[in-house]
Design a binder for this molecule. Structure first.
Ligand code: HGY
Ligand code: MN
Ligand code: MN
Length: 414
């Protein structure tokens, strides 16, 4: 009989390896893993997660927007459930651990509880959320937004690069997006949500710790900016007669850096293109993303307003028409102090040294906090690298994080 605070380490590591092979192409070291939401690779990863949950003896269901939910029944079916989970969709050429550790670790933790034969009062649900990253449709947190009642038709009509809408992609994957409201969970049916995730930063590594307890999470605002002018001849148009969309974009990008630095937030232009895109054509259009984040909502609002004002100003000066489309705006969140304390206590009981730290990245936790007590367990990232094929977390750190998750789930569900 397994001691209750032990998982099957080999089995966990094997599942991480197996899932990493889905969407990894031929050269994972160079190309990483790409499983854009509702793509064939994502669907294959979903089947893997479902089969693993079934193998673990969980009751598995998939909701109207494709959230995969594996349940370990507690002794009291009326007690609010304890939820844990993360995502298996990735960014372009992403790493092996982002999201997947939180799903596979949760499955291993709940599987070990089941194998130990211990009976817990509250049921535990492991969730693999649909489209956390937002890479394909430019928004994200779709599964957790659906569960918390923040998904809407406007979001479902966003399109990917090929003009396919979320709704069509969900439909093609076999779900019925018109029923997305049925995925909503009532706050009273969930006792708490705990997510294990790689830190994707350097703090744990600098403090030589494997595990951290998150105190608060930055909230992201994503906008898509289109700067419209007209293409012109690169040779025949004098410099003082140009309305060059790419130069306007360049100025805005430097403003994003200046304003984010001024407020000690973060600002990123990660996706950009000019049209029509010829060596001898002055760009007539520039289309680019802006990701702005801050832990404080007032300061983030100031950042967003100042970036917007600079886009207007630069466009006016260069006789360009700007269009700014809001794609995502999720409030920053403070983790539940009850859960923070419980996670610290779990580390202490397992003799795993830890520290409290803020979270720069966004997670489904940002949505789940709107309907239940939320907390996060961080696991050390090598060199703080993430959203990069070189993303790496040592096996023993994955095991330690999963032991803390197991301990926390036991305490929450007992
Ligand atoms: O954008 C983020 O912070 C996360 O990777 N979805
Ligand atoms: Mn990510
Ligand atoms: Mn993630």
């Amino acid at each position: 009989m397994l001691a209750i605070n032990q998982i099957n380490q080999q089995r966990l590591w094997k599942t991480i390896k197996e899932l990493s092979e889905i969407g990894s192409g031929t050269n994972i070291a160079e190309e990483g893993v790409t499983r854009l939401s509702l793509s064939l690779e994502d669907l294959e990863a979903r089947h893997y997660v479902i089969s693993l949950m079934e193998e673990a003896g969980l009751d598995v269901r998939v909701d109207e927007v494709g959230n995969i939910i594996g349940k370990l029944e507690g002794t009291d079916p009326n007690a609010p459930i304890v939820m844990t989970g993360s995502h298996v969709d990735t960014v372009l050429q992403g790493g092996v651990f982002d999201g997947t550790l939180g799903v596979l670790g949760a499955i291993e933790a709940v599987r070990s509880i089941k194998e130990s034969g211990i009976q817990l009062t509250h049921s535990i649900e492991v969730v693999s959320f649909t489209d956390e990253e937002g890479t394909r449709f430019g928004t994200g947190y779709i599964g957790s937004k659906a569960m918390t009642g923040y998904l809407d038709e406007a979001t479902l009509s966003l399109t990917d690069a090929n003009g396919i809408t979320y709704a069509e992609a969900l439909h093609q994957a076999g779900f019925d997006p018109t029923l997305y409201k049925q995925a909503i969970r009532k706050p009273e049916e969930i006792k708490a949500y705990v997510e294990m995730h790689i830190e994707q930063g350097k703090v744990l590594e600098e403090n030589e710790l494997a595990v951290g307890v998150v105190t608060n999470i930055q909230g992201p605002v994503w906008v898509e900016v289109t700067l419209n002018s007209h293409p012109d001849h690169a040779g025949a148009t004098p410099m003082n007669m140009r309305r060059d969309a790419s130069l306007a974009m360049a100025e805005v990008m430097l403003e994003v850096e200046r304003i984010a630095t001024k407020y000690q937030g973060v600002g990123t232009v990660g996706k950009l293109k000019v049209e029509p895109g010829g060596v001898n054509i002055i760009p007539g259009k520039a289309i680019f993303s802006i990701d702005l984040r801050h832990g404080d909502i007032e300061l983030r609002t100031k950042m967003v307003n100042e970036v917007t004002a600079s886009i207007e100003e630069i466009s006016k000066k260069r006789l360009i028409e700007p269009v700014i489309e809001l794609k995502k705006s999720v409030d920053p969140a403070v983790c539940s102090s009850t859960i923070v304390d419980l996670l610290e206590e779990s580390c202490k009981e397992l003799d795993i040294p830890t520290m409290k730290l803020p979270c720069g990245a966004g997670h489904d936790s940002l949505m789940m906090t709107k309907i239940t007590e939320m907390g996060m367990i961080f696991v050390r990232s090598k060199d703080g690298i993430s959203h990069n094929p070189k993303e790496w977390t040592e096996k023993e750190d994955c095991v330690k994080g999963t032991h803390v998750l197991l301990q926390a789930l036991r305490k929450l569900a007992k």
